[in-house]
Design a protein around this ligand. Structure first.
Ligand code: URA
Length: 432
């Protein structure tokens, strides 16, 4: 018999839930036998008191097993994936997955949609005409077998416990808890049946978790969960004090991803693709060292093999691959507005969240799930952090369709400063 009150009392008083209590609670919640008001009280107690290490392992494993767990035993390739906590202009997954597949591993990638100030990989992919991200289990597996990559969204049968708990945390203000975030992310990633996982935890004003120390704790917690379940994992702590690459916004990021797949594009994007892809190859046993892995990924970008894999993925997922060659096939915004420097000085980003909100104001982001997006709008950043600008130089170019322009400009004006001196911080702060 489920004694929910005694489970709540344990956590309310800062105690440790037994494995049986965790299983009983989560099974009851997913089945609809435990009402939301009990679940939100338990989440609040976890938010306040945290969880012991082994308690969190059981909690995460139970969430993971609340639905279908993918297995790709007959694939003949090891499976690896990457998860990023996200940020402005973070399109790494799009060139990374085909590059890793071109080097011999399989990447079954389940991604999310954008919410708040950051964009989502699924929405970006849908800027490719016809590209379908809602794949059935059979379609996902077929795409993975044929191309080495599958790029899909969460289905109702994958980690239903997270689906319910995340929605409840969202409406009760209980997102920002390290054990709850770590279990939510890792239960979904580990349900992909992975051999290895690379985590990209961002810090800075454009990151989900702004403070460096909290990012480091989150990375450590997620790594322990991966290792406790026998999955090899590495975490990189990377910079989101400035946008990644030169663009933010769905179509613009797809174009920049195409550039990267052709051995071109911004250096910081290529650097993260090579670093994280190289580590995926090392963890997956294809490269002997990280340097070897990086070199292989760089070759796959330069010799067209990563691009060819992505071409095949687009075909397999119902999209029009001709847009790789003919960029005019992508939806374009009708108007351009330039935001210029009012004085000379060195470019320092101050508030990247405002940059994300500016894209939302133009219609390119969601305030709530289900909002329709304008995939064509976005921002171009022609100048780098730390670069000296003269008065009148363009700092940000807005690509838009007329909607929300004044609000976006107001947000963008406070997102940066032109200062006398500013030294940008490194792209990669630490590796765990
Ligand atoms: N992303 C997730 O998937 N879960 C969280 O709790 C936070 C970010």
């Amino acid at each position: 018999m489920l004694d929910i009150r005694s489970i709540l009392a344990v956590k309310r008083d800062g105690g440790r839930l037994s494995d049986a209590q965790i299983r009983e609670f989560l099974a009851g919640y997913v089945a609809g036998d435990v009402p939301d008001y009990f679940a939100s009280a338990l989440l609040m107690a976890i938010f306040v008191h945290g969880m012991a290490e082994d308690e969190l392992v059981t909690w995460t494993q139970t969430m993971l097993n609340s639905g279908r767990v993918m297995r790709f035993a007959s694939l003949g390739r090891r499976t690896v994936d990457k998860h990023s906590t996200g940020g402005i202009g973070d399109k790494v997954s799009i060139p990374l997955a085909p590059a890793v597949a071109a080097c011999g591993l399989a990447v079954p990638m389940i991604s999310g949609r954008g919410l708040g100030h950051t964009g989502g990989t699924l929405d970006k992919l849908e800027a490719i005409p016809g590209f379908r991200t809602q794949l059935s289990a059979e379609e996902f597996e077929r795409c993975l077998e044929r191309t080495g990559v599958a790029l899909g969204g969460q289905t109702p049968d994958l980690v239903p416990a997270d689906r319910k708990l995340y929605a409840l945390r969202d409406v009760t203000g209980l997102i920002e808890s390290i054990p709850l975030i770590a279990s939510s992310i890792m239960s979904k990633k580990l349900a992909e049946g992975l051999d290895a996982l690379v985590l990209d935890v961002k810090f800075g004003s454009g990151a989900f978790m702004v403070a460096e120390e909290r990012g480091a704790t989150l990375a450590g917690t997620m790594l322990k969960l991966a290792h406790s379940m026998g999955v090899k994992a590495t975490a990189f702590h990377t910079n989101m004090e400035r946008p990644l690459g030169r663009t933010a916004g769905h179509t613009l990021e797809i174009e920049e991803s195409f550039d990267c797949l052709e051995g071109r594009g911004p250096a910081d994007l290529r650097e993260l693709v090579c670093l994280q892809g190289g580590e995926m190859l090392r963890l997956g046993g294809v490269a002997a060292t990280l340097d070897d892995g990086r070199a292989r990924i760089a070759r796959a970008l330069d010799n067209g093999s990563a691009r060819e894999v992505f071409w095949n993925v687009i075909v397999e997922q119902g999209g029009d691959p001709r847009c790789l060659d003919e960029r005019g096939r992508l939806a374009k915004a009708t108007q351009r507005t330039e935001l210029r420097a009012e004085r000379g000085g060195v470019l320092a980003w101050r508030d990247l969240r405002a940059v994300g909100h500016a894209i939302c104001a133009l219609g390119g982001g969601r305030v709530k799930l289900g909002d329709q997006l304008d995939l064509a709008v976005g921002l171009v950043f022609p100048r780098s952090e730390g670069e000296h600008l003269a008065a009148g130089d363009v700092v940000i170019e807005l690509r838009h369709n007329g909607r929300g322009l004044e609000e976006a400009l107001a947000l963008l004006r406070r997102s940066f400063e032109l200062v006398d001196a500013h030294t940008p911080r490194p792209l990669v702060l630490a590796t765990y």
